[in-house]
Design a protein around this ligand. Sequence first.
Ligand code: CP
Length: 346
Amino acid sequence: MTDVGAEHLSAASEQPRLFHVIDPRVFDRRLLDDLCELATRVRRIAKSREGALYLQNLLPTRRAMLYFTQPSTRTFLSFNNACHILGIRTSEIRDPSTSSEVKGESFEDSIRTFSSYVDVIIMRTREPGRAAVAARLMDSIPRPVPVINAGSGSDQHPTQALLDIYTLDRSFAERGGIDGKVIGMMGDLKRGRTVRSLSYLMKCYRDVRLVFIAPAPFAMQPDVKAHLAEHGIEFIETERLDDVLPELDALYVTRMQSEWDIAGESRSVDIRRFSVGPAQLARLKPDAIIMHPLPRGPEIDPAVDADHRAMYWRQERNGMWMRVAVLLTIFGLDQEVRAADFPADG
Ligand code: CP
């Protein structure tokens, strides 16, 4: 597990400013609300040519390193495009065999080298805790740059959790927000970093109830459950989706994370019991939402895509705007964008 605490919310100014983004536990309600509001603000500004050019001129002298040594489609592309929306130029390493790490350069020396050239390091690794190591290294050198965890092993995926909060917040905007909602998380909860990170953020909301729906060998891990208990977040665990489906305001579906299998454990699961198709839609509340971090496997029937409750494609796009908001906040331009003279609605 990572161990990065509140020191990564720097209080250099009156408003706490985000620096490293490593562990979702450092976020509080105010920062989450601010990020959601800012994400909506930038997506509206970007609708006009004038607005898009304004955004592109905000950070033209900044450079970002996208160090993604574990496969990714949407996190990589959404960060890459979030950078481009703000005028940030990007470099990337996606294949570690093209990096001097194959010549024996240490991870720490590689990260320090990136920091010689760029202003932010966005990284995804197969190993848990690597982004936290990189952040600690940055905190010990003369020219530290922020590190953003874009997925660390089966451990944490904090910016996915932020975009998930944004999606929940938008979806429930007319229904009192996230407070008081019943949120189901289904699938491989043991090895799913998205549901682990999202569970951590639930401490920021009032009267949320969580329903963990998973095969017993892939149940939510004790560390997350201990965190929920510590913060008084109610949760139940079940293997029976049918029993809880009509109660849910949101159903967050995940795939079996078979990339972490040692001996084909995922194959022991009858995924049909943890899947959504037309039969489940019929029993889901009319105003509930279905989320998925994607990529999906067979756990969501493509026939669900046309249903008004299917939120995963919007969720994916929300990720780009939330990552723009994160970058603006890290670079201290969040207040400027909030105050910019553009129409509030577009
Ligand atoms: N949701 C998510 O992290 O997707 P990618 O693995 O494609 O980045």
